[in-house]
Design a protein around this ligand. Sequence first.
Ligand SMILES: [Mn+2]
Length: 413
Amino acid sequence: MSQAPNELNSKKAFFLTMEGLEGTGKSSVIFYIKDKVDKLGVSLKIFREPGSTLIGEQIRSILLDRKNEELSVYTELLLYLAARTQLIEEKLKAASSIVITSHQSPDGDAVGSSLSLYHYLKAKGKEVSVILPDASPKFLNWMNGVDVINIYESDSENCQQLIKNASIVFSLDYNDLKRVGEMGDLIAQGDAYKVMIDHHLHPGDFADWMYSDTNVCSTAQMIYEFITNLGDEQMIDTVMGQGMYVGLITDSGSFRFPSVDARTHEIAASLLRKGLIHSEIHENLFDVNTLDRLKMLGYSLSQKLKVLPNIPVAVIYLSKEELDQLDNKKGSTEGLVNYALSLEGVKMAALIKGDENKVKMSFRSKGDVPVNEFSGAHFSGGGHKNAAGGVSFDSFEKTIEKFEKVIYEFWNS
Ligand SMILES: [Mn+2]
């Protein structure tokens, strides 16, 4: 192979499965292929599932044993899950220091899931730190443990050291190292065992151990399941629960998005039984408007909200000058786009706002309108079907011009 065959170039990813009897040289062939593929600059991950631990190997032999042909599909599935759980449990047990990371412009789910996992690992006696690429938003400052979060942007040397020394790096609420900026290269190059827990579409392949479920409303919910699967549900207390609950409600519009399921409510119920006071959390999150924010809201809704002609799309455009004039504090436009979406008959809403040398965008939709695909195609963004972000490095005016062109193409296609 002197160059990548077309199949390797054109496909996003594919599996190559090696089958054969023990001792026929599968491993040698795999490493021969890896060597060649590496040289082509194509990334190749080798999985041995089940395996990698003593118990995993024993489970593997159950699966491979011809005497066990009667094994039911469900049993087989459970055995695979058991092997994966065993693997992460052993990794956690052996880890001397653990780093938890989440994405840029962290939201309630990013901070909430990071803090709940932090408190859990602390309770397990682990040395653990949380690193976020940039500061967590002010509206979460009351949360338990927020003061221990390291911010890469303002404390990069310390954070680099933590990542370098880590035996495990958790990636929570993101599935692509691009979402953590400069920190991403460091994680990619580091020796730490990489664990991803996330609910966004199209997970990347950087993690060694991955728990990805795109049907779940929040990463916080997955942290609850993760701890439960490790056999530690009884350890979950109101401190861990606070982070989980914040993630659950901020990522689900307080239990209203379609991604909320019975399990979400079961987890909320279980947190309440453990003593969590949900009304306090709601107050801390939502009853904290400043006069500036309410004025910004009033101005945006009375002066800036418009519905585009002939399509059910509502927009709010705010230039950097307007935001400066409104004395906009970081995060004060949080949730603004949802007001636009709440207009009767509107199926999609966009907030486009000027920032330092770029334009930031938030998209929301109802039902079957994939705003993540829209944003991915035109504004290098992504996210969920009903909630996505985007960015543009064109001028504010140019960005609006482009948006108003492509939104009609998107809507009429
Ligand atoms: Mn999330």
